[in-house]
Design a protein around this ligand. Structure first.
Ligand code: FCB
Length: 471
């Protein structure tokens, strides 16, 4: 596609005030976002918001262990308290509903709902029952992720995702949850971002459990995908009315030059970030180029595994944040070549909405069985502060508008995209970056747990009200 999504929109003035006519967010009249069945919601994850890590029988997770190791998380932060959502969930649901958000994507903490022998932990399960029932009472569409990285530590002690048995334990967990929560969940996602679990967790060690070996990464990925594949039929049997899917993070890699070597590097970047997950799910095989990048790392795959992994999905969740500019590393890989003079966020990630559109339209070409898509995460971190009770998160407003425009362009190019979840509902524990990076559309003051609605959330709310009024 030739036109640049970011060029379509006005530069924002920080002076735009509440209620001003110059609305810097509302999509243009011809945007698909005006369709009232395009779901607009927000997302969170258990370890990032819940806190209460020792309460009501919750067991330790790999993130409790990892964040306690000095040097692993910025400023030594941990998820021990986080947004204290475990105690404040009622007010948080009120806040979500008051913003008019139509969907909420949350995750369940596996160590909260099962003991080490695999028996149900009633108190933990009841927490999610209360939460999901309240969300349904409010008319909010619920997307529930079973695994957003908080593996029970006792399973890691037995090898974690390097142990094939963990995939079977995951299927048991999916069984329990779907029996208990059927009827309150509109869509189940088995895993959030297996790339991060496998590569950051076992390949470079930046995330829990902190192991660093490419061969571990490919084997962990295989067991994660197997866990997904084993869980899908269980979810279908226990909760037939809901949708079943998985959430993948995708990365755009662009070549630093026209040279064949750099073009190849960009291709390999996308194989490593996208095809490594999407090929097994949608084609039933691993991309062979992955093993050019990481020679000798083929995982152990048993007969029937690839069929299990590639069973049809009702939806594919896509998380997108940024692009990476790469060049050949002179051997069989790629190296990052950060571009100068581009817009970046507090994470240092480049703002590049075209990447989202281009990847989505590319997937439609590559995968003929591409399921309906939900953008299950998109958003940005900024150094937001409350001034006179307000948070003017100008860059985020522009970011969201441009990325929603990219989604609209992909829809118009024929990609079946049914919804979009902001990451995140509120500032929270941003993994290895702790509490410093603020991704929320609601600000959290961690010393008081006070929530302050940011300007971005007000504008999303305003748009949703207008859309409702038109329907
Ligand atoms: C994604 C994670 C999510 C959040 C965002 C910023 O990789 O799924 O939990 O941390 O990044």
């Amino acid at each position: 596609m030739a036109n640049d999504a970011s060029a379509v929109f006005d530069t924002l003035s920080p002076a735009v005030s509440k209620g001003s006519l110059a609305d810097p967010f509302t999509p243009p009249a011809d945007s698909s976002l005006w369709r009232k069945n395009f779901l607009l919601g927000a997302a969170t994850a258990s370890y990032q918001i819940e806190g209460a890590v020792n309460e009501d029988g919750r067991l330790p997770s790999i993130w409790d262990t990892f964040s306690a190791i000095p040097g692993k998380v910025l400023a030594g932060d941990t998820g021990a308290v986080a947004c204290d959502h475990y105690h404040r969930w009622e007010a948080d649901v009120e806040m979500l509903a008051s913003l008019g958000l139509e969907g909420y994507r949350l995750s369940i903490a596996w160590p909260r709902v099962m003991d080490a022998a695999g028996a149900p932990n009633r108190k933990g399960i009841d927490f999610y029952k209360r939460l999901l029932n309240r969300l349904k009472e409010k008319g909010i569409t619920t997307f529930v992720t079973l695994y957003h990285w908080d593996l029970p530590q006792h399973l890691e002690d037995r090898g974690g995702w390097l142990n094939r048995d963990t995939a079977y334990r995951f299927a048991d967990y999916a069984d329990l949850m779907s029996c208990e929560l059927a009827g309150t969940v509109d869509a189940w996602a088995t895993l959030n971002e297996p790339w991060c679990s496998a590569y950051l967790g076992y390949g470079n060690g930046h995330h829990a459990p902190g192991l660093a070996n490419d061969r571990f990464a490919t084997q962990a990925m295989h067991h994660l995908l197997l866990a997904h594949g084993l869980a899908v039929p269980v979810l279908r049997a226990n909760d037939p009315a809901s949708q079943k899917g998985i959430v993948a993070n995708i990365g755009r890699g662009t070549a630093n030059s026209d040279s064949a070597a750099d073009q190849r590097a960009a291709h390999l970047f996308e194989v490593q970030h996208n095809a490594w997950i999407l090929d097994p799910l949608l084609k039933g095989s691993y991309p062979q180029d992955l093993f050019e990048l990481w020679p000798g790392t083929e995982p152990l795959v048993l007969d029937g595994d690839m069929e299990t992994i590639s069973a049809p999905l009702d939806f594919l969740g896509i998380n997108y944040y940024f692009r990476t500019n790469v060049a050949s590393d002179g051997a069989h890989g790629f190296r990052d070549v950060p571009l100068e003079g581009v817009e970046r966020t507090q994470m240092g990630w480049e703002v590049y909405p075209d990447g989202l559109r281009d990847l989505l339209t590319g997937f439609k070409e590559t995968y003929h069985n591409l399921p309906p898509i939900y953008i299950t995460e998109n958003g940005m971190a900024s150094d937001d502060e409350v001034t006179d009770g307000r948070v003017e998160d100008t860059q985020r407003i522009s970011f969201l508008k441009r990325h929603l425009a990219a989604v609209d362009q992909a829809i118009k190019a024929g990609v079946d995209i049914r919804g979009y979840f902001l990451w995140s509902l509120m500032d929270n524990f941003e993994w290895a970056f702790g509490y410093e990076r603020r991704f929320g559309v609601v600000h959290v003051d961690y010393s008081t747990q006070k929530r302050t609605i940011k300007r971005s959330a007000e504008l999303v709310e305003k748009f949703l009200q207008e859309r409702k009024a038109k329907a």
